[in-house]
Design a protein around this ligand. Structure first.
Ligand code: PGA
Length: 252
């Protein structure tokens, strides 16, 4: 059985005190009502990762970073390596988010290198793929996603690919309040699983968690997660409030 995962991508939000408060609220809620059968992941900004890994020692949450360097170490001012993340017990890392592709020029080739760095330190990459509105309207969404997956991930072998989580995030749904419909999500998730099947075989394809992201919230999570190929969510805005984030994680 593949893992169900709900991951909160805080993006560039929260000060130290606010991050501390949000983590405290999450801790309070889940110590009273533990979440069953779902891996809860928080991805705060890098300066607050250790705050989160401290909380992860007390309650059942997992910590993810939002980015990692494609280099391993040395003279790369401003970069954070996979080894550094591993040294503070970070277990996940988002890679290839559309905001990084758009604002920081991250390419599929960068994604491929970052994934390799993370796997070397046993950190689970959450690799994002997804089309923008223009691409969907032109009917190119499957090609765009295939390209993200093939170029970002298909250099991995059968063992390595099973350590990866994929997040389908249609760009037109991110932060817009306009989520993909349940049918659109399932259609793309099953397409991604088919690509995995063709490359790695059924057993491997069935073992990989595919998350949906893009305006997923406590109101629509239940419907989205009800799909056979939707194994959870990558949550932006709605992960900034503890109660709603936990409600989403309880939406299976
Ligand atoms: P959103 O962001 O939930 O605010 O749409 C999702 C994401 O970008 O990961």
């Amino acid at each position: 059985m593949r893992k169900k995962i709900v991951a909160g991508n805080w993006k560039m939000n929260k000060t130290f005190t606010e991050a501390d408060d949000l983590l405290f609220e999450i801790k309070e809620i889940i110590s009273e009502n533990p979440i069953n059968g779902v891996e809860l992941v928080v991805c705060p900004p890098a300066p607050f990762l250790e705050l989160a890994t401290d909380v992860a020692e007390e309650v059942d949450i997992h910590v993810g970073a939002q980015n990692v360097s494609s280099f391993s170490k040395g003279a790369y001012t401003g970069e954070i390596s996979a080894e550094m993340l591993e040294s503070i017990e970070v277990e996940y890392c988002i890679v290839g988010h559309s905001e990084r592709r758009k604002f920081f020029g991250e390419t599929n080739a960068d994604v491929a290198k970052k994934v390799e760095q993370l796997l070397e330190f046993s950190i689970t990459p959450i690799v994002c793929c997804g089309e923008n509105l223009e691409e969907r309207e032109a009917g190119n969404h499957f090609d765009v996603v295939r390209n993200h997956i093939e170029e970002g991930l298909f250099h991995l072998n059968e063992i390595e690919i099973q350590q990866v989580v994929i997040a389908y995030e249609p760009v037109w749904a991110i932060g817009t309040g306009k989520n993909a419909t349940s049918e659109q999500a399932q259609e793309m998730h099953s397409y991604i699983r088919k690509l995995l099947l063709e490359k790695y075989g059924n057993e491997v394809a069935e073992s990989i968690s595919i998350l949906y992201g893009g305006s997923c919230n406590a109101k629509n999570a239940f419907q989205l997660f009800a799909n056979i190929d939707v194994d959870g969510g990558l949550i932006g805005g709605a992960s900034l409030k503890a109660a709603e984030f936990i409600e989403i994680a309880n939406s299976f």
